[in-house]
Design a protein around this ligand. Structure first.
Ligand code: G3H
Length: 525
């Protein structure tokens, strides 16, 4: 195997501690091996990367208690801290985080098979997200550094934390998406218990110390183990105020249902999707094909925003299929550090077999694999199969494949994809390819009511992160963007007093003495 020196796995990483109450607690109990599906040897063999603790209910509840104590019924150091001081903790964290780039990028490649460029992008985008969050919070704070007066009542309105957050991220963006939940949750004054995703766990190890030393004890607690064992008792306790999860709606529902007080529980969820591309007959075919390739195949289709079904007008479907298939076949498969590797090993060992099931089912119901390499399988990969014609009775039409298989459906009447989208359980984004404004205008007006982002002549994506990221139906609860996430993890709360000399003198003294961290008209520059 020709693995560049700097990316070789020379030592395995045994994660022997977990972070609870500001302490990196040693763990001597059960551990589980972390394997990469990438081989280090010419004869295929998964590579052992390290081990992680398999914590139990007791440790999970210890983490919950630490977070609850740090929140301390709203009296904790963290939720009552001045905004400027919380920001200072976050700045300290991100400064330390930046020193871990190389280590984390290498682990991203090995643990989830993301190519070098995209792994670097994931890291850099996350750092930028933290800085943008800090800036946005400063602006939010400046906007509320004032009093309002209405109907004889003075009010000082800010946003306050919600309490204890249970934060669970996905394996496809184990750093970025998890931090896009955790960072805004923390900066708004909440305390958190965070369990890394099923793949992409070890890459959190280089950051444990930064978490430990940047925030007060118990503000961030990091635990390992099986979701069912650790997350279930935490939810059952009824002490969680926010479930922040990016993943699958079934797991989100199962966890929500464990909480005994549903009105106490706020939800911030980014869930699955089946984003369609709709290619109209007047579309610029080169552009549509290029964008559909990126949308359907980047990170092997393992993105919630991936294009998971392509609707192509019957007048152009033959030409589209021919050129699209050739381009899919031209994509290079390789290990993540290889130059130009667009397709990379799948981190889930059972994924190739699942994708094969979808192909077999579609073929049995009348579809064909129309690209030459479609379905070619190795130990850790299955080459993207372009399936045509796909019909509604096929599993690949109904399920979120989250992997390398691309269903193409032809349509003659635009009502067909619109009806399918309306009937779908999902409603995140759509890609619309076409040029004629008279056709596009009414379509856009309808599509914005079926999904939450219409990408005109481009593939679907979350970024730039300042834009709202959300979805309808089973695709999301609440909105994430740099700004919206700060809102999602907080609530408006304020001090009100009748406008009279007695109260106003007290307010003035509160402001002048700077004794309150909440009542303040200071500007953070
Ligand atoms: O898995 C879903 C991600 O939020 C997608 O983000 O569009 O930047 O790849 P992305």
């Amino acid at each position: 195997m020709n693995i560049p020196e700097q990316y070789q796995i020379k030592n395995i990483l045994n994660q022997q501690t977990y972070l609870v109450g500001g302490e990196l607690k040693p763990w001597a109990g059960e551990t589980s091996d972390v394997y990469s599906t990438i081989s280090s040897t010419p004869d295929y063999k998964p590579t052992l990367l390290g081990t992680i603790p398999v914590l139990g209910e007791k440790e999970a509840l210890d983490a919950l208690n630490a977070a609850t104590l740090a929140y301390n019924k709203g009296q904790g150091l963290w939720p009552t801290m001045k905004v400027v001081d919380r920001i200072a903790c976050m700045e300290k964290f991100v400064t330390q985080m930046k020193t871990k780039r190389e280590e984390i990028v290498k682990l991203l490649m090995w643990e989830i098979g993301k190519n070098l460029g995209d792994s670097q992008k994931e890291f850099d985008r996350t750092v930028e997200y933290i800085y943008d969050t800090i800036e946005d919070y400063k602006q939010m704070d400046r906007n509320s550094a004032k009093f309002e007066k209405n109907s004889g009542v003075n009010a000082h309105i800010r946003r306050g934390p919600l309490g204890v957050v249970l934060c669970l991220g996905p394996y496809n963006y184990p750093l970025n998406e998890t931090f896009a939940l955790l960072i805004p949750a923390l900066i708004m004054g909440n305390t958190a218990i965070f369990k890394p995703a099923k793949h992409g766990v070890l890459l959190i190890s280089p950051l444990l110390e930064a978490f430990q030393t940047s925030f007060p004890n118990g503000v961030v607690n990091i635990i390992y183990g099986r979701g069912r064992t650790v997350a279930t008792p935490i939810m059952q306790s009824g002490k969680v105020d926010v479930l922040a999860l990016i993943g699958n709606s079934k797991s989100a529902n199962a966890l929500q249902n464990q909480h005994p007080k549903s009105n106490r529980l706020r939800l911030v969820l980014g869930l699955e999707a089946k984003n369609p591309a709709i290619v109209l007959k007047d579309a610029d075919l080169d552009l549509a094909i290029e964008e559909c390739i990126a949308g359907a195949t980047s990170f092997n289709g393992q993105r919630c925003t991936a294009l998971k079904v392509l609707y192509v007008h019957e007048a152009i479907v033959e030409e589209f299929n021919k050129r699209f298939s050739a381009k899919v076949d031209a994509l290079k498969f390789g290990n993540p550090w290889e130059d130009g590797a667009k397709l990379t090993p799948l981190p889930e060992p059972d994924k190739p077999a699942y994708i094969q099931e979808l192909i077999d089912d579609a073929v049995a119901k009348g579809a064909k694999v129309i690209n030459k390499k479609g379905g070619e399988t190795t130990e850790n990969y299955i080459f993207p199969a372009v399936l045509y014609p796909v019909t509604k009775d096929m599993r690949v039409f109904q399920e979120e494949q989250f992997g390398p298989v691309i269903p193409v459906v032809s349509f003659s009447d635009i009502e067909e994809p619109l009806d399918d989208m309306a009937a779908s359980n999902y409603g995140q984004q759509v890609s619309l390819f076409g040029a004629d404004v008279k056709t596009l205008a009414p379509l856009i007006d309808t599509l914005v009511n079926l999904v939450c982002r219409v990408n005109l002549n481009s593939s679907c994506q979350r970024g730039p992160d300042v834009y709202p990221f959300t979805g309808r139906k089973d695709s999301a609860v609440a909105t994430l963007s740099v700004h919206d996430a700060l809102r999602s993890f907080s609530i408006r709360t304020f001090v009100a007093s009748k406008d009279n000399a007695y109260n106003n003198a007290i307010l003035k003294e509160l402001l002048d003495s700077k004794a309150s961290n909440f009542v303040s008209t200071d500007y953070i520059l």
